[in-house]
Design a protein around this ligand. Sequence first.
Ligand SMILES: Cc1cc2nc3c(=O)[nH]c(=O)nc-3n(C[C@H](O)[C@H](O)[C@H](O)COP(=O)(O)OP(=O)(O)OC[C@H]3O[C@@H](n4cnc5c(N)ncnc54)[C@H](O)[C@@H]3O)c2cc1C
Length: 297
Amino acid sequence: MGSLDMSVLSSFGGIIRENQSLAPFTWLQIGGSTRYLVEPNDEQQLIATVQCCAAATIPMRVLGGGSNLLLRESGFDGATFSLTSPAFGQMRRVDNAIVCGAGAKLSHLIAFSVGAGLGGLEHLIGIPGTVGGALRCNAGTDDGDIGHVVHSAKLLTKDGKVVEVRGAELAFSHRVSSLDELVILEATFYLEPGEIRGLTKREQTFWIVKRSKQPSFPERAAIAFVDPDGYKASELLQQSGFNGAIEGAVRLSSSYPNYLFTSDGATSTQVLTLLERVRNGVQDRTGVQLQLHLQIW
Ligand SMILES: Cc1cc2nc3c(=O)[nH]c(=O)nc-3n(C[C@H](O)[C@H](O)[C@H](O)COP(=O)(O)OP(=O)(O)OC[C@H]3O[C@@H](n4cnc5c(N)ncnc54)[C@H](O)[C@@H]3O)c2cc1C
């Protein structure tokens, strides 16, 4: 792996920072640093910096809202791109569709669609993070996932080329998406026209349901496992006696066992040790193999 030379660093002054801790960018607030943190102001700068990293064979990753990420203490010896600039969070209505930048918060997209009288995203209320993260993880609830309403997506490849995917090129299954190019830039959602008052009511009802299914104060939290086909991960954890399980400064919730919490002194090693112990225990006791919901960096 190479390095970015001084001329690149100075020409992108301010948007590329070296050796930055990523822990504050994640909900679990643990883990190491990235060699370069890149925060482009717009798509043009994003493309130019991706091309510089590609030319220097620097590995690249994209950070969303950090609500589904576990960072190892060893950090990431590469470039982490963050799309927090407003340029990446623009939304516009086109007939019955909404075109939304991947850097927008998912909650903002839902509010925008309800306000525009377009339904189909309300059930996703309460899921933290960005539209890009939701698309990559195919975020959803028992009432459906985000992939159901995606019509097309604009992506940036690791060589810095912009491509559009639609139709059969899009595949979404339970918490899995085919949108696996380096960066999801934007997506178009096909939605159903509806009355704003009715959509607002639906959104409020879904929010009440969502809150009843998760801890009241989910700071420094993450969802541990994906629900396996035909099961609820939380029920399997409860049946196997892992609710409230602890490893160092990491614990599973007692009341909502599929939620993991970290506190001061927690490490990614403790998280991984706990998840492995729990996964093996659930398999021994129920025969079901749990898959991680958290993405490990
Ligand atoms: C309290 C709480 C409740 C939750 N409830 C739910 C729920 O009901 N349903 C559910 O499905 N999930 C839930 N989650 C998990 C999490 O919120 C979702 O997976 C969310 O969609 C992740 O989005 P993010 O922006 O935080 O992504 P991040 O955690 O930042 O990243 C996740 C992955 O997406 C990739 N990524 C992010 N943005 C982009 C982009 N623009 N281009 C390419 N790749 C990108 C990252 O590289 C990473 O691999 C919950 C989490 C918490 C803490």
